[in-house]
Design a protein around this ligand. Structure first.
Ligand SMILES: C[S@@+](CC[C@H](N)C(=O)[O-])C[C@H]1O[C@@H](n2cnc3c(N)ncnc32)[C@H](O)[C@@H]1O
Length: 266
């Protein structure tokens, strides 16, 4: 019997699909609105204050990976930070980031670039950042663990030794409900009955008002191993709820997450 072609609803999710999802008008509107109206979450601000020197920090170049429509970089600029570079692989979002920075007279450099291929981008050939950010789970939206490690290595390569990296993940096991749902999911994987679009245990694909979203939900041991394998030393990690209580608009925009700080190994 000839092989049966898989429909797009069954094909394993790829980076190109994730990029297309972020370029979808629903996602672009969602992240652009957040960049314009929401700004930094209280927990983000607290963690950024821990790892960055006080503004203007003109000699302290900061890299924002997965900058989306510029929510973090533009907010950092409004706090007085002067040396900011952001990049994202979703061109539509980069355009929104540039447009917001222009409207706010914020001198921020934005690039259209893929975190897993930073070394191939001429703008990063001689880069040496003093800190890197990959906030609101962008790193976990890269399909396949080997690609997430590649992105971590590529970011390490453009950072100075000792530079902090701040990023977030969604824990797989932060609540009893999550733990129960992942036990069921483990059974589906053991029986080969998982969603055919998923590549690794911990992957999730869902549809909401922003369109389709891919996300890998790691456990803590996985991230610790990934950091150690990609040129980073773990410094600290905290669930958001341990840091501060977020406002209702922030809680509506984003679920519980874990903040990670690592330092580029020398
Ligand atoms: C959840 S959004 C967060 C956007 C923005 N940082 C914010 O907080 O509003 C994750 C971002 O990561 C970007 N991203 C995912 N994989 C990427 C990759 N391989 N290279 C660059 N950007 C990537 C997406 O395009 C998206 O803009």
């Amino acid at each position: 019997m000839p092989p049966v072609a898989k429909t797009s609803a069954q094909r394993p999710v790829t980076a190109a699909q994730v990029c297309a999802d972020f370029n979808d008008v629903r996602a672009v509107m969602h992240y652009t609105k957040a960049a314009h109206d929401l700004g930094l979450w209280a927990s983000e601000r607290l963690m950024l204050e821990r790892i960055l020197p006080p503004p203007p920090a003109a000699n302290f170049p900061i890299l924002e990976a997965g900058c989306g429509a510029g929510r973090i970089s533009v907010a950092l600029h409004s706090l007085g930070y002067q040396n900011l570079t952001g990049f994202d692989f979703a061109g539509e979002l980069v355009e929104q980031a540039v447009s917001l920075a222009t409207a706010r007279s914020a001198a921020i450099t934005f690039h259209h670039a893929d975190a897993t291929k930073l070394g191939q981008h001429p703008a990063f050939a001689s880069a040496s950042f003093a800190a890197a950010l990959f906030l609101f789970n962008g790193l976990m939206q890269i399909p396949l663990r080997r690609n997430r490690r590649r992105a971590l290595r590529q970011i390490a390569a453009v950072c100075q030794p000792g530079a902090p990296l701040l990023f977030t993940t969604h824990d797989r096991d932060h609540s009893p409900l999550e733990r129960a749902s992942w036990r069921l999911e483990a059974r589906r994987w053991a029986e080969g009955k998982q969603d055919p679009r998923l590549r690794e245990f911990g992957d999730r694909r869902f549809e909401d008002h922003c369109g389709d979203t891919f996300m890998h939900l790691p456990d803590r041991a996985e991230i610790l191993a990934d950091l150690a394998a990609s040129g980073w030393t773990h410094v600290e990690d905290h669930l958001r709820r341990e840091l501060t209580k977020e406002s209702r608009p922030v809680r509506e925009f984003s679920d519980e997450c874990r903040f990670w700080v690592a330092a580029r190994a020398s």
